[in-house]
Ligand binder design. Sequence first.
Ligand SMILES: NC(=O)c1ccc[n+]([C@@H]2O[C@H](COP(=O)([O-])OP(=O)(O)OC[C@H]3O[C@@H](n4cnc5c(N)ncnc54)[C@H](O)[C@@H]3O)[C@@H](O)[C@H]2O)c1
Length: 266
Amino acid sequence: MAQLDGKVIVITGAGGGLGSRMSVLMARRGARIAVADIRPDGAQETVEAVRSVGGQAIAIEMDITAEDQARAMIARTVEAFGGVDVLVNNAGSVFKGSSPEFTDMAKLADLDVSVWDANMAGNARGTMLCSKHAIPALLARGGGSIVNIASVAGLKGGESLAAYGASKAAVISLTRHVAVAYGKQNIRCNAICPGSIPHERTQQAGRSSPAMTQTTHVLLDHLGQPDDIAYMAAFLASDESAFITGQAIPVDGGSTVGRMPPPTPA
Ligand SMILES: NC(=O)c1ccc[n+]([C@@H]2O[C@H](COP(=O)([O-])OP(=O)(O)OC[C@H]3O[C@@H](n4cnc5c(N)ncnc54)[C@H](O)[C@@H]3O)[C@@H](O)[C@H]2O)c1
């Protein structure tokens, strides 16, 4: 089990979904958690879930796309817990923009530019800003780990999700930059690329498409669970992954590997 005793971990988008599971798992393993989210109610619920397992957490209401709020998130965490060891850039989504239709499901020629801007802001810009302001705090502790939650959509092409996929590819590129630029100062940076992980919020938001609830695209006989992502995030946050940096690691039931079509009989 990856142990996180004594670590201070900031998790963005931790007010629900995958970030909430990560918060509880990492707190169980000994970390103190700054639960950052644009939805204060969600953040407070996660703080209570962490406290119910005997952990310590604070809620921070913030928007990852606003630079002053990314800076303040790190300052608040340092004030509460004395420093920062790990940043998990988890906040993000498939954003709709101001388009009345959900045009990230369209092919590029039909893409509303507001969908592009919203995805680049909510995924790439936010990850960049939170990392930018966390790095000085990590350096002050002698190094640390940044875990970016990207997506298999950043690795593969698709019929849709052009804006989301490009924004997650940008997150993967940023991961490599941070790993190269700060490796000698003992900061590691890795990305997790989840496949489809249905959970309560994806179902509520109508984001659990039929493709998300079938196992045809994975090599295994079961779907992914939020804990599958939380376990990988906890490992990458811990010193057990001390020699892993700059990687984009799919946690996707093998969906990025796929299968060759069956051979045609001669
Ligand atoms: N669930 C999946 O199938 C899946 C697959 C691949 C990648 N991902 C990625 O995993 C991460 C978490 O996904 P999830 O399924 O838990 O999503 P979710 O929508 O359930 O949770 C995202 C959280 O981020 C918060 N958030 C959104 N914008 C924010 C902002 N600007 N500032 C601060 N907080 C903000 C939301 O309030 C929410 O609590 C995302 O980056 C997502 O792209 C999820």
